[in-house]
Design a protein around this ligand. Structure first.
Ligand SMILES: *[C@@H]1O[C@H](CO)[C@@H](O)[C@H](O)[C@H]1NC(C)=O
Ligand SMILES: *[C@@H]1O[C@H](CO)[C@@H](O)[C@H](O)[C@H]1NC(C)=O
Ligand SMILES: *[C@@H]1O[C@H](CO)[C@@H](O)[C@H](O)[C@H]1NC(C)=O
Ligand SMILES: *[C@@H]1O[C@H](CO)[C@@H](O)[C@H](O)[C@H]1NC(C)=O
Length: 602
């Protein structure tokens, strides 16, 4: 509390001065640094190499607190929950008095409306600008980004960044690779800024070179030699199993589906054609639009297993719905000091989200099969990135993430604070309450996949839409595993789908893949078909899915009630009747979901 009062006092003192002179009168305020985030040890497999070369610059993204803290969450809830209480509008038109019940369900927000919702208080902006100016950052280097509550400061010399953030930027290399990043193990801000700045990036989020989910790669066979009679999972099998096989998309003029590719994962266009000829023979000339985010190096002749899997299965389910492939890049192979390093090469999620949020026209459904242990993300960074997914939800975009492939946790499951304490390891962004996370099943009848990641966040509290589902699970769990997971927080995954024995064409060979990387594109394909149906009836698309999924759509899933997700030296959680942190609500039944689609009444 003392801390909070101090920051308010400083803030008032600064504010009382004309803005032009704030920099000099209180230099002690700007030089008094309090830690914002710091790791006890260098994260993961990263090792220090050296100081960056003299003259190296860095682009800093600064997330500012919105003036209205709950405005975004409230808006998402209103536009995404079919059961949101209706507002009563009185139309008093003498001589008749009319009362209308008005619901905002499906009234998705525009880019500008979202920007207004998340805008910081003007005072927040003034304070941050004064701080930047004190350190010699000219206003011309500062612009707003990511929907308006982020600032981007371009080409800051590393020496200046170190002063601004009480940081010590170094070059780090991922053990056994040449992948090099510029990071600091800790950073700080003047007390007056703590209440106004959510996070600064890139600072302490290190990530890992390949964060896509674990893949078991089969022996390559010539693609033509693969038989659909094998007990392999193919689009034909999935369309039968999930009952979408008879549906003919009818809104392909308006509907689109997006697939992301990080870390040099590119979709092979020839492989897609081969796959579709073999496994979706009714599909002629499958194609996709490539959006190359800041020189990702996209090359269709260098296909990646993850990108091919994702694109082949969204196409396999949702064809002929138009597809967009976001080629995002990721960690660069080597650090080139004298060239400008695009911010998104360092921060793939932020680079991609900035482009998405700045765009007027976003695909209604997006599939992403990447993630990492939640504890490797600084909490403030995770919250800020999650809010950006929330911005997309408010705009009517359904975002699906794979839940991860390590059960309740992989490795030794030790907390990364040096304490040695073991806890289950949830996966981010799957734990972000504004995304729909997809776990895995195997076999038929379906049981949960033993690798399906699931559990409870240590960062995000339980969202309203899980108010009934999660306590229902705890009643069946009793006290098992208590102390290893956080009972008050967001449970994941939300839903699931088949996740093993997937046939994928890579470099003209058939390979077999498994992981929740398989299940996310399948569910995204099904959701995209449901969006197609809504659009064909002139209804709003489904947007942020979870309030509907946990509400009326609940009965549109095949409840998975056997199997478990072992990890951290335990048996993990069990799949049980109702929602569980292994398979969520279950696997989709397209026909039953069609019957449960929201029909806005006004
Ligand atoms: C401001 O931008 C210029 C030109 O892009 C760059 O050379 C300079 O280093 C930047 N200064 C700061 C403090 O960010
Ligand atoms: C790293 O780069 C060096 C020099 O370019 C190269 O010889 C080496 O094979 C690379 N190492 C890895 C693991 O890619
Ligand atoms: C990335 O691309 C976007 C859109 O093309 C552009 O506005 C932005 O300036 C680029 N950012 C960097 C860091 O190159
Ligand atoms: C449990 O989760 C809440 C958010 O729901 C978080 O504030 C708290 O720090 C978490 N506890 C632990 C021990 O991680």
């Amino acid at each position: 509390m003392h801390y909070l009062r101090l920051s308010v006092l400083c803030a008032l003192a600064v504010f009382a001065r004309p803005i032009d002179s704030v920099a000099t009168p209180f230099p002690q305020n700007w030089n008094d640094m309090h830690t914002k985030h710091r790791w006890n040890v260098i994260p993961g497999e990263w090792e220090t190499i050296s100081q960056p070369p003299v003259g190296t610059t860095i682009d800093l993204s600064i997330a500012l607190r919105p003036h209205h803290e709950h405005a975004l969450a409230d808006a998402i809830h209103e536009v995404s929950n079919p059961k949101h209480p209706k507002h009563v509008l009185f139309f008093i038109l003498p001589p008749t008095h009319v009362t209308l019940l008005h619901s905002r369900y499906g009234s998705y927000l525009s880019k500008e409306q979202v920007a207004k919702l998340v805008a910081p208080h003007p005072y927040t902006l003034e304070l941050v600008e004064a701080w930047l100016r004190y350190h010699g950052v000219p206003p011309s280097n500062v612009s707003t980004s990511h929907g308006g509550n982020w600032l981007t400061v371009t080409r800051v010399p590393v020496s200046t960044a170190n002063e601004l953030l009480g940081a010590s930027y170094q070059l780090y290399r991922y053990a056994g690779t040449n992948k090099t990043i510029l990071r600091t193990v800790g950073y700080a801000l003047p007390p007056a800024l703590h209440a106004h700045v959510q996070t600064v990036a890139p600072t302490t989020y290190f990530g890992s070179p390949l964060t896509s989910q674990e893949i078991a790669r089969g022996h390559g066979r010539a693609a033509g030699a693969l038989s659909t009679r094998d007990v392999r999972v193919t689009p034909a099998l999935l369309r039968l199993l999930y009952k979408s096989v008879t549906y003919q998309p009818a809104a392909t003029e308006q509907n689109r589906i997006g697939v992301t590719g990080f870390h040099g994962q590119y979709v092979g266009d020839e492989d897609l054609k081969t796959f579709m000829i073999r496994f979706r023979s009714d599909a002629n000339d499958p194609s996709f639009l490539v959006i190359d985010i800041n020189n990702s190096g996209y090359d269709p002749k260098k296909p990646g297993y993850e990108a091919n899997l994702d694109m082949q299965y969204t196409q396999g389910i949702a064809w002929p719905t138009p597809h967009v492939f976001y080629s995002i890049g990721g960690l660069a192979e080597e650090f080139i000091p004298d060239s400008f390093i695009p911010v998104n090469n360092n921060e793939p999620y932020l680079g991609w989200l900035d482009t998405m949020i700045g765009s007027e026209d976003i695909p209604q459904t997006i599939s992403t099969s990447y993630g990492g242990d939640e504890q490797t993300f600084p909490p403030d960074y995770a919250k800020s990135v999650c809010d950006l997914f929330g911005q997309l939800g408010a705009r009517g975009v359904s975002i699906l993430f794979s839940s991860g492939d390590s059960g309740v946790g992989g490795g030794d499951c030790k907390k990364n604070d040096g304490s040695g304490v073991v806890q289950f390891q949830p996966v981010f962004p799957a734990t972000c309450p504004w995304v729909t996370s997809v776990g895995g099943t195997i076999e038929h009848p379906e049981v949960s996949a033993p690798f399906s990641s699931g559990g409870f966040s240590n960062v995000f509290k339980r969202p309203d839409y899980q108010t009934d589902a999660v306590p229902g699970f705890f009643q069946q769990l009793r006290n098992q595993h208590s102390g290893l997971y956080n009972a008050s927080s967001r449970g994941f995954p939300d839903v699931s789908a088949q996740a093993a024995r997937f046939v994928v064409v890579l470099n003209n060979k058939g390979v077999i893949m498994r992981g929740t990387s398989c299940s996310a594109p399948v569910v995204a394909g099904i959701i995209s078909l449901l969006n197609d149906y809504q659009l064909s009836k002139n209804r709003p698309v489904l947007g942020f899915l979870n309030p509907w999924l946990y509400g009326t759509a609940n009965q549109g899933f095949n409840d998975i009630t056997s199997g478990s997700n072992p990890g951290c030296g335990t048996d993990g959680f069990s799949a049980v009747p109702g929602w569980d942190p292994v398979t969520g609500l279950g696997t989709p039944d397209f026909q039953r979901l069609l019957e449960r689609l929201p029909i806005p009444t006004n």
